[in-house]
Design a protein. Structure first.
Length: 495
C-alpha cells in the first residue's frame, strides 16, 4: 500500500489504489462482464486520467441481478436475526480495518480530500454497526382489540427485493446507509452505484463476500445506462422497494415509475440548506461550524450550507472571518495530506458551479475570496465567498454543490425564517445563537427534516436522516431506517 505522503506519481498511485477492486458486475456471488461486453471509464478528477474500466450493466444483467436476489431471498429472510447481525458486524470490522485503503479509493474516484474520505469511510462503517445492532431488535406488538373479541398481532416482515440507487458524492456512506438496514431487515438487494464512483461500491460488494454474506443477497450493478437498468428492475414484480439518493429531478421520475407497480419508495433528494447566524451567536464557533457545513466534501454534499443568512450586526465580521478561513484553504490533489480542497467530481459539476458564481456576480454580488475557475488540469474550483448577494439570485435558489458561500444579511427572526423556508427544498438547516430558546423556536418554524443548532454537522447513523418538501420521503438511519425495508403484517387472532 502506498504512503499518501509519497502519492505524487498519479499513474503508479492509481494502479496501486485500484488493485484488487472488482471491475465486473457482482451478481449472485460471482463477477461477470456485461451481457453485451460494454464498459465505461472511471476518471480521476485530479487530472482527468482513466482510473479503471468497469462493466456497464444492461437490461439483461439487471434481470439477472434481480433473479439472483430472488433466489437468495427466502433463505436470507429466514436466517436468524443474530446471524444477519453477525455478517453486518464482520463487514463493519473489515471496513474499519481497511479505512485508509477505502479512503484512498474514494479520493481517487471522487476527488474529495483524504481526511474527508476517511471520515466518510468511518461514517459508512457506522451504518453497518448500527444495523448489526438493530437487526436483533426488530419490533412487533400485541394488543387486545378494543371490542375485546380478539387480539391484534402486528409483525414487521422484510419488504422484499430492494433496489438501491446511490449518488457519487458519498460513494461508501450512501451505499451502507441502504445496505445496512436492508440486510438487517432480511431483504436481498441490488445496488446501482453512480457511474462517476462505481469502484467504492464494487469494493463494498467484495467486502460483504469476505464477511460471509451468502451469494445473491447483495448484488452490485454498475451501469452507464442507469435509466434503463433501474427501470428494468423497478418494473420487475419481485422488486418491492426502491431506495434512491440523488437529485430531485431523477427522484421524481423514479417515483412515477415506482407508482406504476406500487413499489415502496424512500427518496433522499436535493437540499438547499440555509445557515442562519443571529447577532447573539458565538462568532468563533459560527465560523468553525460554517466551515464544516460548507466545506465537508468540498461542498459536494446534500447537507452543504448553500445560503448564509447573517443578522446585520454580526454580518461584516462574520463575512470577513469566513472569507479569511475559506481563502486560506490549500487546494490540490486530495491524496496530499496538506491539501484541504480537492477537485470537483467532474468537469460539468465544476462548470455548473462557475456558472452560478458568474450569475451572482452579474446580479451584483461582491467576491470576498475565490470566484473564478483556475487554469490548468483537473476539475478544480476555489473556495469562494460572495457578499451582498441579492435575495432572488439564482445561486440562492439552486443547489450549488461546490465550495461557494453566498452571504445575505437579514434583520429580524421572522425574516430569517421566511428566507430559510423560501425554497422547495427542506433537507437540513443550521442555526447559530447563544439563546437556546430562540434557537429551538426558530428550528421548529423551519421546514426541514434536520436542524443543526450551534452545530455544522448533523449526520449520525443513530438519527433519522431525511428531508421535508421536495428533499424527499422517508428516513435513513436510526430505528426509522430499518422500517423503510419492512412491511407491517396484522394478524387478527382469537384464542
Ligand atoms: P443523480 O444524477 O440524480 O444520480 C443519482 C443516481 O441515480 C446515480 O446512480 C445515477 O446514475 C442514477 N440515475 C441518473 N439518472 C437516472 C434515471 N433516469 N433513472 C435511474 N437512475 C438514474 O444525482 P447525482 O448528481 O449523482 O448526485 C447529486 C444529488 O444527490 C444532489 O442533488 C444531492 O443533493 C443529492 N444527494 C442527496 C442526499 C440525501 O440524502 N438527501 C445525499 C447525497 C446526495 P449515473 O451516475 O449513471 O447517472
Ligand atoms: Mg470520477
Amino acid at each position: 500500500m502506498t504512503d499518501v505522503t509519497d502519492a505524487r506519481d498519479r499513474t503508479d498511485v492509481s494502479a496501486t489504489i485500484t488493485a484488487g477492486v472488482p471491475t465486473g458486475l457482482l451478481i449472485g456471488g460471482a463477477e461477470r462482464a456485461a451481457s453485451d461486453g460494454a464498459t465505461f471509464d472511471v476518471h480521476d478528477p485530479v487530472d482527468g486520467s482513466v482510473l479503471a474500466t468497469v462493466s456497464s450493466g444492461t437490461r439483461a444483467d439487471a434481470q439477472a441481478a434481480v433473479d439472483a436476489a430472488a433466489d437468495a431471498a427466502a433463505d436470507w429472510a429466514a436466517t436468524p436475526p443474530r446471524k444477519r447481525s453477525e455478517v453486518l458486524s464482520r463487514a463493519y470490522d473489515l471496513m474499519v480495518e481497511r479505512a485508509d485503503w477505502f479512503a484512498r479509493l474514494i479520493t481517487a474516484e471522487n476527488g474529495k480530500v483524504f481526511a474527508d474520505a476517511r471520515g466518510e469511510v468511518l461514517y459508512a462503517a457506522e451504518f453497518l454497526r448500527w444495523y448489526a445492532e438493530e437487526a436483533v431488535r426488530i419490533p412487533g406488538t400485541l394488543q387486545t382489540a378494543p371490542g375485546g373479541a380478539n387480539k391484534i398481532l402486528v409483525e414487521h416482515r422484510p419488504i422484499g427485493i430492494a433496489i438501491l440507487v446511490t449518488p457519487w458524492n458519498f460513494p461508501a456512506a450512501m451505499a451502507t446507509r441502504k445496505i445496512g438496514p436492508a440486510l438487517a431487515a432480511g431483504c436481498t438487494a441490488v445496488l446501482k452505484p453512480a457511474s462517476d464512483t462505481p469502484l467504492t461500491a464494487l469494493a463494498i460488494g467484495k467486502l460483504f463476500d469476505e464477511a460471509g454474506l451468502p451469494a445473491g443477497v447483495l448484488n452490485v450493478l454498475p451501469s452507464r445506462s442507469s435509466g434503463a437498468v433501474v427501470e428494468q428492475m423497478v418494473r420487475d414484480p419481485r422488486a418491492r422497494k426502491l431506495s434512491f439518493t440523488g437529485s430531485t429531478e431523477v427522484g421524481v421520475t423514479l417515483m412515477q415509475l415506482a407508482a406504476e407497480s406500487v413499489v415502496s419508495t424512500s427518496m433522499e433528494l436535493g437540499g438547499n440548506a440555509p445557515f442562519v447566524v443571529f447577532d447573539d451567536a458565538d462568532l468563533e464557533s459560527a465560523v468553525a461550524g460554517a466551515m464544516i457545513a460548507k466545506m465537508r466534501n468540498g461542498g459536494e454534499a446534500c447537507t452543504a450550507a448553500n445560503r448564509f443568512y447573517v443578522q446585520e450586526g454580526i454580518a461584516p465580521e462574520f463575512s470577513r472571518r469566513l472569507a479569511e478561513a475559506m481563502g486560506a484553504l490549500r487546494t490540490g490533489d486530495g491524496l496530499d495530506p496538506e491539501v484541504q480542497l480537492g477537485p470537483m467530481v467532474n468537469e460539468r459539476a465544476r462548470d455548473d458551479i462557475a456558472a452560478l458564481v458568474d450569475g451572482a456576480k452579474a446580479d451584483g454580488a461582491t467576491v470576498l475570496t475565490g470566484g473564478s475557475t483556475p487554469d490548468g488540469a483537473g476539475w478544480f474550483y476555489p473556495a469562494t465567498v460572495l457578499g451582498d448577494v441579492p435575495e432572488h439570485a439564482r445561486i440562492l435558489q439552486e443547489e450549488i454543490f461546490g465550495p461557494v458561500a453566498p452571504i445575505v444579511t437579514f434583520q429580524t427572526d421572522d425574516d430569517a425564517v421566511r428566507l430559510a423556508n423560501g425554497t422547495p427544498y427542506g433537507l437540513v438547516s443550521y442555526v447559530y445563537t447563544q439563546d437556546i430558546g430562540r434557537g429551538l423556536r426558530v428550528s421548529e418554524r423551519i421546514e426541514s427534516g434536520m436542524v443543526g443548532l450551534n452545530r455544522g454537522l448533523v449526520s449520525d447513523p443513530a438519527a433519522p436522516f431525511g428531508g421535508m418538501k421536495e428533499s424527499g420521503i422517508g428516513r435513513e438511519g436510526g430505528a426509522e431506517g430499518l422500517l423503510e425495508y419492512m412491511e407491517s403484517q396484522y394478524i387478527a387472532v382469537s384464542w
